[in-house]
Design a protein. Structure first.
Length: 277
C-alpha cells in the first residue's frame, strides 16, 4: 500500500546512532528505535507531521523515506553498551512504521530483530499497523516474553479507515495478522490509537485474538494535549463525516466502557499506561 501516482523519494543514509533516549510519552522506555525515517502510510492524524523530523524536511509527509543502512551493526554496539549500564527497554518505533512496505525489500527491521535475539534487551515493544510483522514470527518467538507486538487497529470499519488513513493496510488484513500472532503465541496487544468511529461490535471482533487492548485519543496521545491534532485539522475531518461527537475527550470513556463489556478491567489500558514495558 502506498501513495498512488506519487513518486516517493528514497534515500539511503548511515545514521550516527540508532538507539535514542526514551523521552516524553516514551519516558518509561530507556530507548526508542526507528529503522527508517519517514512513513508512507501518511496517516492524516499522525503527530509526527508536526515534529521537527517532518517539518524541516520541506517535503510532504509520506512522500519520502530514509533507509538506515548499517543499522544492525550500530545496534550491536549500542545495545551492548546500553546493557552494560543497566536495564534496557526499547520502543520500536516512535516516528515511523517498522513494517511499512519498503521493509519487504530492505529488511532493516528484521536485521535489528536478529541483533536483539543474539543480545536481548529486557523488553521490546514493536509498534506497527502492518501485516508484514507476521513475516518475522520466527524471530519474535525467540524473544519469548521479552517482546510485545502492539498492532494498531483504530476502528473495525474500513470505510472509516479509508477516510482517515487511505494508504494504511485494510482492517481485515490486520485482523488476519492478529490471528497469526495469536496462533504463534506472540504476546500481542491491539492499540485503538487514536480512537476512530467504530461499531458497537468492535470489542467482540478483537476478543478472540488478544487479551490486552490499549485505547488512546488525540487529547492524551499526541504528545501536546491535542494541539498537534488540532493543527492537523482533525476536528474538521470528524465534522465532515458527521461524527463530530467522536472528537471529544469524553469519547475515550465511552469506548473504554464498550471494551469493558467484553474484556476484563485488567486487560484494557488507557493511553501511555498501555504502552509501558
Amino acid at each position: 500500500m502506498g501513495r498512488n501516482n506519487v513518486e516517493r523519494e528514497i534515500k539511503y543514509k548511515i545514521p550516527k546512532t540508532v538507539l535514542n533516549k526514551g523521552t516524553g510519552y516514551l519516558s518509561d522506555y530507556t530507548h526508542s528505535l526507528n529503522p527508517y525515517t519517514g512513513c508512507v502510510y501518511s496517516c492524516s492524524y499522525c503527530y509526527v507531521q508536526r515534529m521537527p523530523v517532518a517539518l524541516f524536511r520541506g517535503k510532504e509527509w509520506g512522500t519520502w523515506i530514509d533507509v538506515k543502512q548499517e543499522a544492525a551493526q550500530l545496534l550491536t554496539k549500542e545495545l551492548a553498551h546500553a546493557k552494560s549500564k543497566g536495564r534496557v527497554t526499547i520502543f520500536m518505533s516512535s516516528s515511523t512504521d517498522p513494517y511499512q512496505p519498503i521493509e519487504h525489500r530492505e529488511k532493516i527491521t528484521r536485521s535489528l530483530l536478529e541483533v536483539m535475539i543474539e543480545n536481548p534487551p529486557d523488553f521490546l515493544l514493536v509498534q506497527t499497523r502492518s501485516p508484514l510483522v507476521s513475516r518475522d514470527i520466527d524471530l519474535l518467538k525467540k524473544l519469548k516474553d521479552k517482546v510485545r507486538v502492539s498492532l494498531t487497529i483504530e476502528t473495525d470499519e474500513d470505510r472509516i479507515r479509508k477516510y482517515f488513513t487511505p494508504y494504511a493496510p485494510p482492517i481485515q488484513a490486520r485482523l488476519n495478522t492478529l490471528k497469526k500472532l495469536a496462533d504463534a503465541k506472540i504476546p500481542t496487544q491491539v492499540a485503538v490509537s487514536p480512537i476512530l468511529p467504530s461499531s458497537a461490535d468492535f470489542p467482540k471482533k478483537l476478543r478472540h485474538y488478544v487479551n490486552r487492548v490499549c485505547i488512546d485519543d488525540y487529547f492524551m496521545g499526541d504528545g501536546s494535549g491535542g494541539k498537534r491534532s488540532h493543527q492537523l485539522g482533525m476536528k474538521d475531518k470528524y465534522v465532515d463525516l458527521g461524527f463530530e461527537e467522536w472528537y471529544k475527550p469524553e469519547t475515550l470513556q465511552k469506548v473504554y466502557s464498550r471494551f469493558l463489556q467484553v474484556f476484563k478491567e485488567n486487560q484494557v489500558y488507557i493511553s501511555q499506561k498501555g504502552f509501558e514495558p
